[in-house]
Design a protein around this ligand. Structure first.
Ligand code: PNS
Length: 157
């Protein structure tokens, strides 16, 4: 049976930490989809959903699918027969944030969430922190994959 996983998130934009999680997930599951999802707590972003999807497509290997979804995550996983949600954990703060979502999603449809520990190289990177540094002209080299880095620098130019 094909084991399918989804890596959902705002990805505004994707970072090196995200890329590491997508790649590692693709070694663990037969089929991985990166899903740009709506987060009602983050209504406006630096990049449009279309831009985020295009940047991810440019960066990830071809065996990783990329899609977007504006509804409930569990509706997407049910519709696409996806067994597992994959999320990265950088710290106990991430755990506190992720735990209720994982439990809610499991309660809704039984879908499981698998957590991968963020590589220590990327543990301090978040899209929001890196964007803030870029906004004020700081050096964000190495925080984003190259095409994303260029797009971020252009946005703030
Ligand atoms: O990168 P983020 O913003 O931390 O990702 C959170 C995200 C987008 C995965 C979460 O907000 C989500 O699942 N949104 C889809 C809507 C949904 O299913 N909400 C209920 C979550 S229990």
């Amino acid at each position: 049976m094909t084991k399918k996983a989804v890596c959902p998130g705002s990805f505004d934009p994707m970072t090196m930490g995200h890329l590491d999680i997508f790649t590692r997930a693709s070694h663990l599951f037969d089929e991985v989809t990166v899903l740009v999802t709506g987060n009602p707590d983050k209504p406006s972003g630096l990049f449009t959903v279309e831009e985020r999807v295009a940047l991810i497509r440019e960066v990830v290997p071809e065996n990783i699918k990329v899609d977007f979804w504006s509804g409930l995550l569990v509706d997407y996983t049910s519709e696409h027969h996806i067994d597992t949600i994959v999320k990265g954990l950088r710290s106990s703060l991430d755990y506190e944030y992720e735990l209720p979502m994982a439990q809610m999603n499991r309660r809704l449809t039984g879908v499981e969430t698998t957590f991968l520990l963020t590589d220590e190289k990327y543990g301090y990177i978040s899209s929001s922190l890196a964007k803030q540094v870029a906004q004020f002209g700081g050096d964000v080299t190495g925080l984003f994959p190259e095409p994303v880095h260029r797009a971020v620098v252009e946005k703030f130019a």
